[in-house]
Design a protein around this ligand. Structure first.
Ligand SMILES: [Zn+2]
Length: 101
């Protein structure tokens, strides 16, 4: 197991995880739940981490995650069917499944 990514939030971690899984890299997200007890860290102080199962996948995973952020920088797309905003690298709407141009 090797950590390849420190996500800003859970949605970010989930996108990274899906991105890797789609490309055949087995990965997991950790630190997704705050323990919530008194004196424990608040949820906002725990950033989800993405880990690859196989250490040999780590380098490729990091490259793939750079691509995801390059795609995000390209901006977002608005769904022509339901009007939801989608990350620029999405091929179909997360909300209704409409193919995005
Ligand atoms: Zn839509």
């Amino acid at each position: 197991m090797k950590r390849v990514y420190l996500a800003a939030d859970l949605a970010d971690a989930q996108i990274a995880l899906d991105w890797l899984n789609m490309r055949g890299i087995r990965a997991h997200v950790f630190n997704t739940h705050a323990t919530g007890g008194l004196g424990e860290l608040a949820a906002t102080q725990i950033w989800p981490e993405v880990w690859v199962e196989d250490d040999e996948d780590a380098e490729q995973a990091i490259q793939l995650l750079k691509e995801i952020h390059a795609a995000e920088d390209a901006g977002s797309k608005r769904c022509p069917q339901c009007g939801e905003e989608n990350p620029g690298n999405f091929l179909s709407c997360w909300h209704c499944g409409q193919a995005l141009a």
